[in-house]
Design a protein around this ligand. Structure first.
Ligand SMILES: [Zn+2]
Length: 96
């Protein structure tokens, strides 16, 4: 995803969250959900492609690979950890 795409994601998040918008430096954080706060980037690994980046799971705090270990259900973000997934699904009202 390019910087333009990241800026668009931030603008959409800002429009939808309105006064609850959490303003973070785009690139240090990623606006991956329309409704949720941005997630923290831990390491960019000298890459411009965020799929290569390591981020902090906003639910459990684990440091995970953004491209392969971050998922979303109903706008809520979770990681590849099974406990984390179950907790977010329960909170989102999704039955497994
Ligand atoms: Zn997690």
């Amino acid at each position: 995803m390019s910087e333009i795409h990241r800026a668009l994601a931030e603008a959409l998040n800002r429009a939808i969250t309105n006064r609850k918008f959490i303003d973070r430096e785009n690139g240090d954080y990623l606006y991956v959900s329309l409704t949720q706060p941005p997630i923290k980037v831990v390491d960019r690994h000298n890459s411009d492609d965020e799929l290569d980046w390591t981020v902090e799971c906003p639910n459990c705090g684990r440091k995970v690979d953004y491209g392969h270990e971050i998922f979303m259900v109903s706008g809520h973000i979770y990681c590849s950890d099974e406990k984390c997934k179950k907790e977010v699904y329960r909170r989102a009202g999704v039955v497994l």
